[in-house]
Design a protein around this ligand. Structure first.
Ligand code: PBG
Length: 324
């Protein structure tokens, strides 16, 4: 034997030298759940150690994350049932707690990258991402609502908008409205290949945003499809997206890979709530070592081709990396 691959694994020093993928805090974007009021910190049963936080606590959470090297955050609002309606009007109402929070966060931390979500579901009494009329989720009629939401978020100070609904043509529509409204500097990270996945369950508990009827299969992608992700990527790139996202991450590493190989924009992957829950509950049950599992999972997502990983483990992983 003159070729022995094990020689490159014989010590930590050599393993580190030949390691192909390094996870750093720069790779991670930390999603946060914002609730109304002050001094609020409520647990989410299906997501141990993740909380719905009021703005004051969100500011503390961002500050401690910055100390660990994180710089990018996504903010999701928990909207009370009484504020939801068919047209998601709370999403663009001046003075809404979500828009105020975006403004205050950027005032406090001007250097962070703050991403916001552009979709109707947290504000919709139907719990769908688009306008529902007679049981149909309408595409074109949803676009003007999304664009109002987008402009309101841009005006409040969001750096990156994440259209997350899988409606057709929304990236181009939103880009156009943003540019006309003077927000040509605001970025769009499109949820390009977002699958109709069961791994969003805990998120829908966190926001209380599950669809009231039916499912999301007429707009989110069929988990069995790969080539369709390339079509979506082509359209989003043409429409002016700055970054393309694949979601979920772990069961879709092949999709991350194929988009990375076939497009020229940065690729993001959303390590979603159900993926978080799987590791947390398995670790609680003593089935695996949480730290090792988290770092292995995030490295696999980066290895597949993700430039950016949205993950609820961002802060935990950043503190692991600091102490490695
Ligand atoms: C909604 C949205 C969802 C997530 C992000 N934006 C849920 C859904 O599509 O039902 C899921 C994130 C997660 O599960 O962590 N537009």
């Amino acid at each position: 034997m003159n070729i022995r691959p094990r020689r490159n694994r014989k010590s930590q020093a050599i393993r580190d030298m030949v390691q192909e993928t390094w996870l750093t805090p720069n790779d991670m974007l930390y999603p946060l759940f914002l609730t109304e009021g002050s001094n609020q910190k409520t647990a989410i049963q299906s997501m141990p150690d993740i909380y719905r936080l009021s703005l004051d606590n969100i500011l503390f959470e961002i500050e401690s994350s910055l100390n660990l090297g994180l710089k990018a955050f996504a903010l999701f609002p928990v909207v009370s049932e009484s504020k939801k309606d068919k047209y998601a009007t709370e999403s663009y109402r001046e003075g809404s707690f979500y828009l105020e929070a975006i403004y205050k966060i950027k005032q406090s931390f001007p250097d962070i990258a703050l991403m916001t979500d552009v979709a109707m579901d947290p504000y919709s009494s139907d719990g769908h991402d688009g306008l529902v009329v007679e049981g149909q989720i309408l595409n074109d009629e949803t676009l003007p609502i999304l664009s109002k939401m987008a402009v309101a978020q841009a005006q409040a100070g969001a750096d990156i908008l994440g259209p997350s609904d899988m409606m057709d043509g929304r990236v181009g529509y939103i880009r156009n409205v943003l540019d006309k409204s003077g927000y040509s500097q605001v970025s769009i990270m499109s949820y390009t290949a977002k699958y109709a996945s069961s791994f969003y369950g805990p998120f829908r508990e966190a926001l209380d945003s599950a669809p009231k009827m039916g499912d999301k299969k007429t707009y989110q992608m069929n988990p069995a499809n790969k080539r369709e992700a390339l079509l979506e990527a082509e359209l989003d790139a043409q429409e002016g997206a700055d970054m393309l996202m694949v979601k979920p991450a772990l069961a879709y590493l092949d999709i991350i890979h194929v988009l990375k190989e076939n497009t020229h924009l940065p690729i993001a992957a959303y390590n979603v709530s159900g993926e978080y829950a799987m590791i947390k509950f398995a670790a609680q049950a003593g089935c695996l070592n949480e730290k090792n599992a988290v770092l292995e999972m995030l490295a696999s997502i980066k290895r597949a081709g993700a430039d950016i990983i949205l993950t609820y483990f961002a802060k935990t992983a950043a503190s692991y990396l600091k102490n490695l």
